[in-house]
Every structure is written in C-alpha cells, then in structure tokens.
Write a protein that binds this ligand. Structure first.
Ligand code: PHE
Length: 352
C-alpha cells in the first residue's frame, strides 16, 4: 500500500472514530492518536523519505490537509457534543411549575416580645424614646435616687437579690428613669419607655418568677398633670385589651411617685360583668403609676417647681397571661416549643 493510500485510510478511520465519539474525552484520544507527536499521521511524515524526492512536497501538503480536515471535524463534533450535553441537562432540570410550593415553617414570636413590640409601637408613635438600662444595678439607682433611702420600709416591697452591699439585680426598670433624668442635666422634656428584665427573690410559683419583665414609662416636662397620665394610661389599656376598655385609678403608694395610683382596666372577657379572669369584680389590676415625686426630680437635678412628670410601670408577663389566658408565668421562661408554637401567626397554622 502506498503512503498516499495509507494516509487516505487513516483519514477515513479517524473520521469514523470522531463520528462515533460519545464524549469530549474520546475526541481528545483521536487527536492524540492521529495528530499527536507520536500519532500515526505524524508517523507518516517520518516515512516520507521513502518517497521519491519529487513526490515529497505534494505528500507533505496532503498530510497537512488531512490534519486540518481531522482537526476541523473534531471541533465540529465537539460543538455538537456540547450542545447535546446542554440539551440533556435542560431536559433533566425541567421543573414542574404546577407542583405546590414547599411550605417554609415559620417560628413564632415569643408572647412577651409581642406585647413589648405592641407597646413600643404605641409609645414611639407618641414620640417616646426607648431606653435600656443595666440589669445589674447599684443600690443608688435602684432605690436611693428613687426616694428610697437605706432602711426605708418600702424596700421590703421588692425582695432583692444583693450581689454586694451596693450592687444588686435591679428589682424594677425604674432605675432607668433615675439614670436618664440625671443625664438630661435638668432639661426637659423627657419622654421614655424602658423595657427589660427585672429580678426579685420571690419563691417561684404559677404567678411569681424570680425573673420577669417590666416596661417603665416616664414623662417629665413643664405642666404635666395627672390628666396627662390618665389619658396615656387609657390609650395603653385600649392598645393592649381592646378599644372599648375603661380604666379606673385607685390610690396607692410608691416612694417615687406622689400621688400614686394603682390602675385597673375593665375586664376584656366579661366586659365588666364579672367572670373568672377578673375574679368577679369586672376590673383587672394592670399597673402601678403616679406623678413623679419632687424628691426624685430634685435628686436628678430637675427643678421641681418648674418641671413635673408622671411614671408608670407594668409587667408584660402579667399582661400576656391575662391576654392569652396563660396560667403559669414560668411558661414564658422554660421555652417549651409546644407552648411557644401556639403563638404562631394564623397563616402558618397557629392560632393567634
Ligand atoms: N417600679 C414600680 C414597681 O416595680 C412600678 C412603678 C413604676 C410604679 C413607675 C409607679 C411608677 O413596683
């Protein structure tokens, strides 16, 4: 067989193999086997010296043509294979858009978070600032600056966890009011609410927990009157318990307010007729409040002949217990998912 015939045969063979190739890898093999340094067509070039001299240029040209033809064929096949691969992938990855979506299971907001957010919304809307304070407090801000000197009998109202003589776990969020007033250097107006955790040495039972939450509200400005307090408390009660609620103020005592009042809201369940929630009285006690005691203002550097104010403190735990009919305060702090899931948004299968 002449070299030319051999070349034609190799060309034919290579084209068949290219045609049969199922993957790029096979094309690469063809390239190496026929056109590589040790490839069979490259080998033919070496045999060229067997040809008569005058035939050699023509043969060389022929070999080059064959190389080019094979290369082109490989490229064309490569494009084809890529296209096929893409089509196969597209075919495999088609999604059925008519299938129902997978449901994302949402967590639920903790009931105390919900109450806090509701109240924060209300008070931010009224122009209040939210201020946070320290859970580990000094005796001074927790008691003394609030008109509760050492050995004052009213300290017994708040059974305290002492860390040292002067340092304690705050028993209420009122120290934030003392600190904030002090920072304002005697210049009003001050309008703040202070949410946070507080601690008392109560024995833990269904209605007492050594840790619970409070929200303190404080307004100090010129000409603040008891009627401002009453109007604010009315708004607060209606935000929490419904638009048709009434409130009632009863005289009370707190060292840091004078006069002091205990605030009741008309029962949201029986609308005042008497039921188990309001213990048949038609009223539910919800918070303590009063007009800021002049001593508290003076100690923080406010002129009590110019400024007056009101403060109130409520317990979101108690509010949530009333609102959602929760019987044990400890549920809020033990993170039992079965309890917390009941507060899922309705659209996610929850109740409230
Ligand atoms: N700090 C009081 C308490 O925890 C509540 C309160 C706050 C009362 C502000 C009056 C004014 O008992």
């Amino acid at each position: 067989m002449s070299l030319q015939e051999k070349l034609a045969e190799l060309r034919q063979e290579a084209l068949v193999r290219i045609n049969e190739a199922k993957a790029e890898r096979a094309l690469q093999d063809v390239k190496v086997n026929y056109l590589g340094k040790k490839g069979v067509i490259t080998g033919l070039m070496k045999e060229m010296k067997e040809l008569p001299k005058e035939e050699r240029p023509e043969f060389g040209q022929l070999v080059n043509e064959v190389r080019k033809a094979i290369e082109q064929e490989i490229e064309a096949k490569k494009v084809l294979l890529e296209e096929e691969a893409l089509n196969a992938q597209l075919e495999n990855e088609t999604i059925d858009v008519t299938l129902p979506g997978r449901k994302v299971s949402l967590g639920a907001k903790h009931p105390l978070t919900k109450i806090n957010e509701d109240l924060e919304d209300l008070f931010i809307g009224l122009g209040y600032e939210i201020v946070e304070g320290y859970e580990v407090e000094s005796d001074y801000y927790n008691f003394e600056a609030l008109n509760l000197p050492k050995s004052h009998p009213a300290r017994d109202m708040q059974d305290t966890f002492y860390i040292s003589e002067e340092i304690l776990m705050r028993t209420h969020t009122s120290p934030v009011q003392a600190r904030t007033l002090e920072k304002r250097n005697g210049v009003g107006p001050v309008k703040i609410i202070c949410p946070g955790k507080v601690y008392r040495r109560d024995s833990d039972d269904a209605t007492h927990s050594h840790q619970f939450t409070q929200i303190e509200g404080l307004v100090v400005a010129e000409n603040i009157k008891m009627s401002d307090l009453k109007g604010t408390l009315e708004l607060l009660a209606r935000k929490l318990f419904g638009a048709d609620r009434e409130i009632r103020l009863r005289p009370s005592f707190f060292p840091f307010t004078e006069p002091s009042v205990e605030v009741d809201v008309s029962c949201f369940k029986c609308k005042g007729h008497g039921c188990n929630v309001c213990k048949q009285t038609g009223w539910i006690e919800v918070l303590g409040s009063g007009m800021v005691h002049p001593n508290v203002l003076e100690m923080a550097g406010f002129d009590s002949s110019k400024y007056s104010g009101f403060a109130f403190g409520l317990g979101p735990d108690r509010m949530a217990m009333l609102k959602y009919g929760i019987e044990d305060i400890r549920h809020f702090y033990t993170n039992d998912v079965r309890f917390l899931e009941q507060f899922k948004p309705v659209e996610d299968g929850g109740e409230a």
